[in-house]
Design a protein around this ligand. Sequence first.
Ligand code: ATP
Ligand code: MG
Length: 289
Amino acid sequence: MKISAGDFRVPPRERVKLDQWPTRVKPVYKSKEEYNKLLAKHTAELNEQQERQYASDRYAVLLIFQAMDAAGKDGAIKHVMSGVNPQGCQVFSFKHPVATELDHDFLWRTTRALPERGRIGIFNRSYYEEVLVVRVHPEILEAQRIPDAVLNAETIWQERYDSIVGLEQHLHRNGTRIVKFFLHVSKEEQRKRLLARIDEPEKNWKIGLGDIRERAFWDQYMHAYEECLSATSTPEAPWYVVPADDKKNARLIISQVILETFRSLKLSYPEAGKEHRKALKTMRRQLAK
Ligand code: ATP
Ligand code: MG
């Protein structure tokens, strides 16, 4: 079986109902060995594509990861990017904003972390938190101190989607390619993973009390995700809903989507111009002496 990125892409203007998107699909690997082989193939090609991206210095690639706790964002980033030259790639994790960040508009802190041309940037959580956790917990919005005169509770989420879509189109026009992943894990699978984090001492560090607290807001989060995915999946910056109950399969899907994005860019190594080649020949003669 082959993975096709299109199967997981949210079509523009689609009304997303997450219970209609699977959290588990038939895996593309039959054994751990086959998984390792497939992932190694993907990461090798990704490394090669990134080298071309770096050499041609035209496009930036931004990969955004969003999910509920324990859906496997960290593991996916670690495994999928494992073959890529660290110089070509940078990961940013966005946690609760600090005071300076709250004193700016909601796109400020992530904008400073955007990838430059020739690089891959990874956002482990992102400005999308501003229409997810902030929507689920209105007290966070209050802490942002937006003047009452401009804050309209009825329209704020649509306004934020507009700001986000506008930013992403702007980035696209300037050579950034954006791919967004929602790791779709079931509530039951999350329960198992959180239990394992409690029961296995070497996993204790991964779990905070907040994780259990947020689980109580599951339905509100799903609603926020549905609204967000429906409003912000565009041809320029599509969302992919990745079935995440099987971590290995999720990683293979994610790496395949990234590869298809890179392939569509048709990156090649820049060719040396006539003058440059002539100069190189002269240099070669001198070195050979
Ligand atoms: P892990 O738990 O796997 O280490 P994580 O991404 O869950 O990774 P945490 O430190 O547990 O990291 O959680 C970060 C928290 O910060 C999340 O609860 C997230 O919702 C919150 N957060 C991120 N961005 C914002 C934001 N802009 N406003 C408010 N809260 C935010
Ligand atoms: Mg967490």
